[in-house]
Design a protein. Structure first.
Length: 205
């Protein structure tokens, strides 16, 4: 009886394991399909771009010689963007004055319909005046986002006063002093880690 009972338990466990494997695989494929739909690039190339700020047009190549942090988001973002920008601001405050002069943070809007250069300026300044907001037309933003592997998608909110939100990936992209994309840091990467990465690339020749 004991052996029979153990056999039944083992059989049930095997069936459970088989079900979990079957259940997980479609979910994983669905997530990958969603990433493709959003335009997520597995191995982004980075590269130069030209967008608008409150100071006027800016190209990434204008910042050659600086370490550049790029974050894609929008000013109506309820939580993810404020969290990351607050962490980035904390990291900037840990740098020396000399180091800060060699670093530029760019906040690229994925909501060009609502984010004007002045609205971006007000939003970015709230976190740190060294953060510069950038925008462009929809085609320009889509091209830059695809080049850096950022994904975003408009999500209609019929019951919200905002009308719509923008679902987006949440990476901080690090560009070295030569203009090359060198790192993609995950959401809420600690400030100490950001400082470490910045200083590592400030030391690159």
């Amino acid at each position: 009886m004991l052996k029979r009972g153990l056999s039944i338990v083992v059989l049930l466990l095997c069936l459970l394991l088989a079900w979990l494997i079957w259940y997980w695989q479609p979910t994983q494929d669905a997530n990958q399909g969603q990433h493709r739909q959003l335009g997520l690039v597995a191995e982004p190339a980075g590269g130069n771009f030209r967008l608008n700020s409150w100071r006027g047009p800016l190209s990434l190549s204008d910042l050659r010689g600086k370490v550049v942090l790029i974050y894609f988001g929008y000013t109506w973002c309820p939580d993810i963007c404020p969290t990351n920008l607050a962490i980035i601001s904390l990291a900037l405050k840990q740098l020396t004055e000399s180091e800060r002069k060699s670093v530029q943070v760019l906040f690229i809007s994925v909501d060009p319909e609502r984010d004007s250069v002045e609205r971006l300026r007000t939003f970015a300044d709230y976190f740190n005046p060294d953060i510069l907001g950038l925008t462009g037309n929809e085609a320009e933003i889509a091209e830059v986002a695809a080049r850096y592997g950022a994904a975003y998608q408009r999500s209609e909110q019929s019951t919200s006063a905002m009308g719509y939100m923008v679902d987006h990936s949440s990476y901080t992209y690090v560009v070295d002093r030569a203009g090359h994309l060198v790192e993609s840091l995950e959401h809420a990467t600690p400030a100490d880690r950001l400082v470490e990465v910045i200083r590592m690339h400030l030391g690159d020749d």
